[in-house]
Design a protein around this ligand. Structure first.
Ligand code: T5A
Ligand code: NA
Length: 209
């Protein structure tokens, strides 16, 4: 039986801090909506939920938590939205997601003594993105962007470790994009890939991580 509504695509933007994920995810949703393609933006961490509020306190250094414990909270924050993500995709809405499980894994495993494989565990079973676009920015280019804030993880040494960890994801759904392009050129490049993906997955099942 053919479904009357084609499903939406699950698209993720990843990258180090200040690589332009928030800027591009907002622009992509605007561009898709202009083309009359239903699309919405989701961001992780989602600081508006009960778990997100603890994460926010942790990132802004109001509270301390053990590394593994906060890792599980970041993952739980994604599980809070899991059924909503599936619902939207099934209803034909394309979701542009600003950070996802990959951030969870690369940030925690950049801390000492936390095994990469352990970090992946809690993500098992979440909807698998149809496309992950990793916005790659060299540390020289990163330094040109507005200064780091006071949040946890916002320092060059840690970001370099995070950047290296992203290299461990190598599959056909995970592509690297040069983030050092002007904003609208980059949006156009990303939009082309998003449109191709929307068309490619419309009759395919959503996979699981
Ligand atoms: N984290 C997150 C975990 O540890 N585990 C997890 O599971 C998850 C989901 C908060 C932190 O949490 C960690 C990772 C983070 O350290 P966040 O709220 O997404 O995550 O915060 P940041 O990633 O720090 O968000 P940023 O706002 O810093 O980065 P963006 O979104 O990549 O960058 P953006 O778009 O805000 O742009 C940054 C600056 O650059 C300019 C913008 O105007 C802005 O000033 N800019 C450009 N300049 C020149 N050329 C371009 N093409 C530009 N694009 C943007
Ligand atoms: Na951001």
């Amino acid at each position: 039986m053919t479904k009357s509504i084609m499903r939406g695509a699950l698209i993720v933007l990843e990258g180090c801090d200040r690589s332009g994920k928030t800027t591009q995810s907002t622009k992509l949703v605007e561009a898709l909506n202009k083309l009359n393609i239903p699309a919405k933006k989701i961001s992780f961490p989602d600081r508006s939920t009960p778990i997100g509020s603890i994460i926010n306190d942790y990132l802004s250094r109001k509270i301390e938590l053990p590394d593994r414990s906060v890792h599980l909270l970041f993952s739980a924050n994604r599980w809070e939205l899991e059924s909503e993500i599936r619902k939207q995709i099934e209803a034909g809405v394309t979701l542009i997601v600003d950070r996802y499980s990959y951030s969870g894994v690369v940030f925690t495993s950049a801390k000492q003594c936390i095994d990469f494989k352990w970090c992946c565990g809690p993500e098992n079973g979440l909807p698998k993105p149809d496309l992950v676009m990793f916005l790659k920015l060299s540390s020289e280019e990163m330094a040109k962007r507005s200064g780091f804030g006071d949040e946890r993880y916002e320092n060059v040494e840690f970001q370099n470790k995070v950047d290296k960890n992203y290299d461990r994801f190598t599959n056909e759904n995970f592509i690297q994009i040069n983030a050092a392009q002007d904003i609208s050129t980059l949006t156009n490049n990303l939009l082309n890939k998003v449109l191709t993906t929307i068309d490619f997955v419309k009759n395919k099942e959503l996979d699981e991580l």
